[in-house]
Design a protein around this ligand. Sequence first.
Ligand SMILES: [Fe+2]
Length: 449
Amino acid sequence: MRLLAIGLLLALPSMAMAAAEPNTQVPSGSRYYAATAVPDRIVASPSVDPSHGFAVAWRTNGSVQSPLLEIARADDTPAIEGIVQVRAKTQVLQTENGLSHHHRADIDGLQPDTLYVYRVQGNGSWSAWNQLRTLAAADQPLTLLYFGDTQNKNVSHVSRVVRAAQKAAPDARISLFAGDLVSGGDDMDDSEWGEWFAAANWLAQETLVAPAIGNHEYFEEFEDTPQERRVLGRHWPMTFALPGNGAGAAAGTSYWFDAQGVRVAVVDGTSALDLGTAKAQAQWLDKVLADNRQPWTIVLLHQPFYSPREGRENAALRKVLLPVVRRHRVDLVLQGHDHTYGRRGEGQAATPQYVVTVAGPKQYRLSGQARRTMDPVGEDTQLFQVLRIDPQRLRYEARTVTGRLYDAFELRRDDNGGKQRVEQQEGRIAPRDCARAQTAKGRTDRCWE
Ligand SMILES: [Fe+2]
């Protein structure tokens, strides 16, 4: 009997690990993430020129209409003085958690490289004073974070990736997300958004969050009928206060901004692939990159030009948008969607470098082609990326959730305007492969879900 009990105890941990868990930690039917009079889901995003301004989105219940944002120069005293008020615009959203009001305030006229405090208003309440430094001139060093899909189990599994990234790069000023922040894909994903904000925590308030939209931020209308089509999820335009300078055909889901020597252009891959806007976005991107006077260029989009996953081929992206990326010698193309890690370039050229990565726990498998054409590659690994950029160097690091170095290289500008890529092998851990034959739900084409 005693032996049997010990046997059971030994067996229990592995049984617990194997069981599939729900996508959120919210019990079914719970309205844990319902909006209240107290502001929540507060997120700052870059304006076109984040050295002089930024924008903030937040949420309350329906009792708050056109609330205020207050901003002042940060000082060491708790007596905050010189407060400027900005009135927000409000939109209404109805979800499984009830009615919520989503607010957006745009702040401009700020001084570059200056630490500010800001707070946002609810009904009879204010948020915390958050600290955010405006970006500096192009010759100052800049640190960015880049995350692949978070998508699933945001509280359970993504939160530790965000915390690890913050500890690895406490000086990060911008956080790039490559789309599929949540999995919902329909109107029942409000609790998932609640979890995303719980996971992002103060990264959302004290860095400038610049997300690309993923296919899961769209939903399928008239699914499995001839009229089936992709429709933009209602959360996206209300959740983030993004620049309104995108392609006309993908307004609100494509945009660009300049950040301390880097032009960042964000493309809507889902719209390009499924809504026929690839050509319109390519023309827009061509103009955005032609006008670029910054020394570095990053293109951020969800679906990769070169997919590391078996059977995925984003032909419209390759055919229509990739020539623009090549023509303008974009330095980094940062992507997600395929729930693996893979990096490649074009032959021996220093740039562009195309990266696919994943932050969340959903893990796919690499194709044979990816293993032949990308280096390094990885499966079964939650990652974050740190980019450190100055006018002469762009240093890229991918780290695992436990902080170990997985991939690293540096791009260096030479005197002739050219660029060299220096690979850093030292300190990298060995490439990781999926060791499981199937997932807890029995899928053999995935590694974990
Ligand atoms: Fe995706």
